[in-house]
Design a binder for this molecule. Structure first.
Ligand code: NAI
Length: 256
């Protein structure tokens, strides 16, 4: 056995969209495992509430306002995070939005532009801003959150599906490009998860969908995705890169 560690203790992780859902759970799991966590979200209040909660439980976290749709803010905030913690080891591109409309509906172009900016362009911008710091890390990790909508599709969800499929392509390309530097780049594709994004779906509709589509017959909990994301950032996960992992209760595996 080598000394590969299953611990992220002492590493610094940046999580986007960490005020809610899977981002919040990811920040909490990192902190519970002893990592320093940069909790970032669209509003400072949202991020601060999570960071405060983590610190109250004995974890190490600090909040930043980071709108992932804002290029200048990304550059400033990523540098500030690395400065504050004295480096950066892991980046989790988690922030995302949803939006359904028919391809020929009015407003489609605006939805498309926003979706690509927040769910795809943001990932590459954050990675580019983080690279100088990741290059100095002994355990450099990038995890991009896509969706099972990147692997299959739902009607009226084409902008989201296109952005998320782009994330899987970006993941593979950067894994290949950055592999020689020891930087791993992986992608997690959540299935139906109980978060802010799915809150408006009535419980009975959720149950019907989960029973019809997933092998486990239920929605997932945010922490069930967070554990996989954090696992990909462990020193022990040093030989996995360029993969897209569905965390979907068996949704992609199920035909009938
Ligand atoms: P959520 O709505 O609970 O959390 C999303 C977070 O992202 C929120 O805190 C929100 O403020 C933040 N956010 C939105 N726009 C932002 C921006 N421009 N800058 C910074 N932060 C921003 O949703 P959830 O489900 O936890 O979403 C996390 C990721 O998982 C997203 O990328 C989403 O597309 C993806 N996903 C969610 C699924 C689900 O069933 N909930 C399924 C598959 C993927």
């Amino acid at each position: 056995m080598s000394d590969s560690s299953r611990s992220v203790k002492g590493l610094t992780a940046l999580v986007t969209g960490a005020a809610s859902g899977m981002g919040r759970a990811t920040a909490e799991v990192f902190a519970a495992e002893g990592a320093n966590v940069a909790v970032t979200d669209y509003t400072l209040e949202g991020a601060e509430a999570v960071a405060k909660d983590i610190v109250a439980k004995g974890g190490k976290a600090k909040a930043w306002k980071l709108d992932v749709g804002d290029k200048a803010e990304i550059e400033t905030v990523v540098a500030a995070i690395a400065k504050h913690f004295g480096g950066l080891d892991a980046v989790v591109n988690n922030a995302g939005i949803s939006g359904f409309t028919q391809i020929d509906n009015e407003g489609y172009d605006e939805l498309w532009e926003r979706m690509i900016r927040v769910c795809l362009t943001a990932h590459q911008r954050i990675i580019r801003a983080a690279l100088p710091f990741l290059r100095k890390s002994k355990n450099p990790r990038i995890v991009n959150i896509a969706s099972t909508e990147a692997l299959g599709a739902t009607a009226l969800d084409s902008a989201y599906s296109a952005a998320k499929a782009g994330v899987t392509g970006l993941t593979r390309a950067l894994a290949v490009e950055l592999g020689k530097e020891g930087i791993t780049v992986n992608c997690v594709c959540p299935g139906p998860i109980l978060t802010g994004m799915t809150k408006a779906i009535p419980d009975d509709q959720k149950e019907i969908y989960a029973k019809r589509r997933t092998a486990l017959r239920r929605y997932g909990r945010p922490e069930e995705v967070a554990h996989i994301t954090v696992s990909l950032c462990m020193p022990a996960a040093s030989y996995i890169t360029g993969v897209t992992i569905p965390v979907d209760g068996g949704l992609m595996a199920r035909n009938a």
